[in-house]
Design a protein around this ligand. Structure first.
Ligand code: PLP
Length: 308
C-alpha cells in the first residue's frame, strides 16, 4: 500500500482522532459507489490573534440541512460537530487550512437502499493555497459549458451532496480539456447559474449582479459574505435572472467560493471581460474579503471562530 502524501495529518472519524492512513473504508462503501455522501468545505485563516475558522456556524448549518434533505441521521448535534471541527484544526497546527467535514454511508452492502446503514462522519483539515493559483490575482479564463446545471426537479440543488458534483465535474473537465480554467454553467432554461464549484457575480452599469435562487445555484456562504460586504460598502447588489450574453458585456466578472475566495474572470468563451484584466470593484472586494476573513475588518468579527 502506498503511503499517504499527508504525513502527520490527524483526522476525526466518528468521534476519534486517528492518523490519516488509519481512516479506512471498504472499497464497496455505499457513498463511494453511489455518491451518497454529504460534505462541507470551510477555511481557517491564521492572523495576528491566532487561527480563526470563517463562518463555522453557517457551514455546519448547511451540513445539517443537507443531511435533513437526504434524511441522513448524523448521530451528533451541530454544537458537537462545531467542537470537533475546531479540535481538528487545533490538532493539525493550528494553521491556515481547508476543512472538509464529510458524512457517508459506511456500509459495504451492494444494494442501493441506505436503510439500516451505518453513517460515519469524518473531518479532515489540509493545507490549501489559492484554488486557482496565480489566477486568483491575474484572473481566469472560462467557458460556458455545454452541460446544464442540475435543477431542483431532478436533484436538491441546495444540498451539498457528493452526487451533485458529477455534474460539476463533467462541466469543469470539458472546460479544462478545451484549454480553459473553469466552466460557467447555465441553468436548465439557459440562464447564468454558477461555476463548477463557485458562485458568480457580474459588475455592470454600477450594479453588482448575481443569479438568484431560480437559477438552481448552490446558495454559497461566500456569495452571502460578498453581498453583505458590498452592501456595507455602498454597492448596490441585485439578485436576479441573468442572460448568458451579459457575461460578454459586463464590466467585471468574478467567482466566489470558500476554496476560490474571490477570483476574477477575465475572459469568457474567448471574449475579454472589460479590458481583459481584473476589474476595480473585483479587486476592492477581494481586498475587503481578505480583511474580513483575517479579522482586520472589525464589522464582521462575529463570523470568526478562534481555535483555542
Ligand atoms: C456548486 C457550488 N457552488 C458554489 C459554491 C460556493 O459555496 P461557498 O461559498 O459556500 O463555499 C460551492 C462551494 O462549495 C459549490 O460547490
Amino acid at each position: 500500500m502506498a503511503s499517504s502524501d499527508k504525513p502527520g495529518l490527524v483526522v476525526w472519524l466518528d468521534g476519534k482522532f486517528v492518523g490519516y492512513d488509519e481512516a479506512r473504508v471498504p472499497i464497496l462503501t455505499h457513498s463511494l459507489q453511489y455518491g451518497s455522501g454529504i460534505f462541507e468545505g470551510l477555511r481557517a485563516y491564521k492572523n495576528h490573534d491566532g487561527v480563526a475558522i470563517f463562518r463555522l456556524k453557517d457551514h455546519v448549518k448547511r451540513f445539517f440541512r443537507t443531511a435533513k434533505i437526504y434524511n441522513m441521521e448524523l448521530g451528533l448535534t451541530p454544537a458537537q460537530l462545531e467542537k470537533a471541527i475546531v479540535e481538528t484544526v487545533k490538532r493539525n497546527g493550528p494553521t491556515s487550512c481547508y476543512i472538509r467535514p464529510f458524512a457517508f454511508y459506511n456500509s459495504d452492502q451492494i444494494g442501493l437502499s441506505t436503510h439500516g446503514n451505518k453513517v460515519s462522519v469524518f473531518i479532515g483539515a489540509v493545507p490549501m493555497g489559492a484554488y486557482f493559483g496565480k489566477g486568483k490575482d491575474s484572473g481566469i479564463r472560462c467557458k460556458t459549458s455545454s452541460w446544464r446545471r442540475i435543477n431542483s426537479e431532478i436533484l436538491p440543488v441546495e444540498a451539498k451532496a457528493s452526487g451533485n458534483y458529477i455534474n460539476s465535474l463533467i462541466a469543469h473537465n470539458e472546460a479544462a480539456v478545451s484549454g480553459f480554467d473553469e466552466a460557467i454553467m447555465l441553468s436548465a432554461d439557459g440562464k447564468i447559474a454558477e461555476g463548477s464549484t463557485e458562485n458568480i457575480f457580474l459588475y455592470m452599469d454600477d450594479y453588482l449582479l448575481t443569479p438568484d435562487y431560480s437559477a438552481d445555484i448552490l446558495i454559497g456562504i461566500t456569495r452571502d459574505t460578498v453581498i453583505k460586504i458590498a452592501r456595507k460598502e455602498g454597492i448596490e447588489v441585485l439578485e436576479e435572472e441573468l442572460h448568458k450574453e451579459e457575461l460578454y458585456i459586463a464590466d467585471e466578472v468574478f467567482f466566489t467560493g470558500t476554496a476560490a475566495e474571490i477570483t476574477p474572470v477575465v475572459n469568457v468563451d474567448g471574449i475579454k471581460v472589460g479590458d481583459g484584466k481584473p476589474g476595480k470593484i473585483t479587486k476592492a472586494l477581494a481586498k475587503k474579503y481578505t480583511e474580513v476573513v483575517s479579522g482586520k475588518d472589525k464589522r464582521f468579527r462575529e463570523w470568526l471562530t478562534y481555535v483555542r
